[in-house]
Design a protein around this ligand. Structure first.
Ligand code: SF4
Length: 448
């Protein structure tokens, strides 16, 4: 029995797909890269953009044609809006919310798929569905980088966002489980670990005092880092500027293993737009947080998310966003053109910024970013950095890796053994979007 799984969207979906694979492997099925060979085929959907949902409709149309001549079971999970779910129930054999994953074998048994070995359900003992879900041990895609979910859902209700309607309210995962999963990964030699949540800084708040908060969780992982031999970098995504307290930044400054890379979504550089987005913070509040980051984490890189062309965004308001990008000196910004999402509050509003204006603003901001990050890249030339080697580079005879700040650097080497290892590289040249270096030291051990 073979299965194929398509994962759309964010890191949370990628992490969830590792648990889906674990469950299917536990039923004796084997993953196949080739869609045509699969008996069970599934997709983890993303509802952030219409394009992603259109991809699902195209795929299921092809699979349902194939079903006419072959035994094929189709399933869908991930981020699905209620409106789409209604339609998917008529198109897919199985539609389930991600937290229902532990019940997936049962759902498949209705199609004659039995569990030979059986998933060792017996060690799933959490009180609720999401708790049981988190106890499914992921089949990590990488042997040196891993995602660790710490929370599910979101209570922020930004007006452009569908996530609160697809993943529900914020639920924090027991900190003991998180620490054990991180400890297990570090012991196995994982080099890069990313804590995942829609709003990681509000971790623990839903437990009303029965759980530690985010800064305390980082502190525990920091202590773990100080106590173990293996070197690793701990990242987290996605924080919300509204909840990014000084306590979190102070803990990051205190521990070497807590990576000096911050992703802080600004979305817009204009207060009126932020209010309309229901982001519940101002640009000046954001500025305060960035200045604390710059003061306590002087080597940290800063990444962000920006939406251009949100309903009613004027030219002047857009210029405020351009100004903010230059002021906060981002190393990277994920820029998106606004598209209304069914279910999100803004879907009822006029999408009144013309498409060509959105494209123009997207292009201008991308240019600004290339200027700013290009300038920051130049400052790296001549310096030596520790890199986590991640893969072979497009350039033949080169490998590429990332600094602690998640800046990608390529260097000449054909030694693929280095993939998954820390090395030292001296930066020799940079351009707006790429940086080259030369290998200084192959293996970087603990003392680096
Ligand atoms: S914080 Fe806002 S943008 Fe992020 S997941 Fe929650 S509602 Fe969506």
């Amino acid at each position: 029995m073979k299965y194929h799984l398509i994962t759309l969207g964010c890191q949370m979906n990628m992490s969830d797909s590792e648990r889906v694979k674990r469950v299917l492997d536990g039923m004796g099925a084997r993953f196949t890269e080739n869609e045509e060979d699969a008996n069970i085929i599934g997709i983890l959907a993303c509802s952030v953009r219409q394009k992603a949902i259109d991809k699902v409709y195209n795929k299921i149309a092809v699979w349902n044609r194939r079903k006419k001549n072959s035994n094929l079971i189709t399933f869908i999970s991930g981020c699905v809006l209620p409106a789409d779910k209604e339609k998917f129930l008529k198109l897919f054999d199985i539609v389930f919310a991600m937290r229902e994953l532990p019940k997936f074998p049962q759902m498949l048994s209705q199609y004659g798929i039995t569990t030979p070995a059986g998933l060792d359900n017996d060690n799933l003992n959490a009180k609720d569905e999401i708790g049981l879900f988190w106890q499914v041990k992921p089949k990590y895609d990488s042997s040196f980088e891993a995602f660790v979910p710490i929370q599910n859902g979101c209570d922020k209700f930004c007006t452009y966002c569908a996530v609160p309607y697809t993943r529900g309210r914020e639920v924090s995962r027991p900190s003991e489980e998180i620490i054990n999963e991180v400890k297990d990964l570090v012991t196995k030699g994982y080099k890069s670990i990313t804590l995942l949540g829609q709003n990681v800084n509000s971790y623990g708040l839903d437990k009303k005092g029965d759980e530690i908060n985010f800064a305390q969780l980082l502190e525990k992982i920091g202590e773990l880092g100080n106590a173990v031999e293996n070197k690793f970098w701990l990242y987290f995504t996605s924080p919300h500027p509204r909840d990014m307290g000084k306590d979190v930044i102070e803990v990051i400054a205190k521990y070497e293993c807590l990576a000096k890379q911050i992703h802080l979504p600004i979305q817009s550089g204009d207060d009126k737009v932020l209010i309309k987005m229901n982001r519940k913070h101002s640009v000046s509040k954001y500025r305060e947080t960035v200045s604390v980051i710059r003061e306590l984490l002087p080597t940290a890189t800063l990444f962000t998310d920006i939406i251009v062309g949100f309903t009613g965004e004027t030219e002047e308001q857009f210029q405020h966003t351009r100004k903010a990008l230059r002021e906060f000196q981002y190393n990277m910004a994920y820029i998106a053109m606004y598209s209304p999402r069914p279910g999100a509050a803004s879907h009822a509003w006029d999408d009144d910024v013309p498409a060509e204006v959105k494209k123009e603003r997207f292009a201008l901001l991308t240019e600004d970013l290339s200027d700013v990050s290009g300038g920051l890249n130049v400052e790296m030339v001549g310096k030596t950095y520790t890199l986590l080697v991640r893969q072979t580079d497009r350039k033949a005879g080169y490998l590429s890796g990332q600094t602690e700040g998640k800046i990608t650097v390529r260097f000449a080497s054909e030694n693929n053994e280095l993939i998954g290892q820390f090395v030292k590289v001296k930066i020799t040249s940079s351009s707006n979007f790429s940086i080259e270096g030369e290998l200084v030291k192959e293996e970087v051990s603990v003392e680096a």
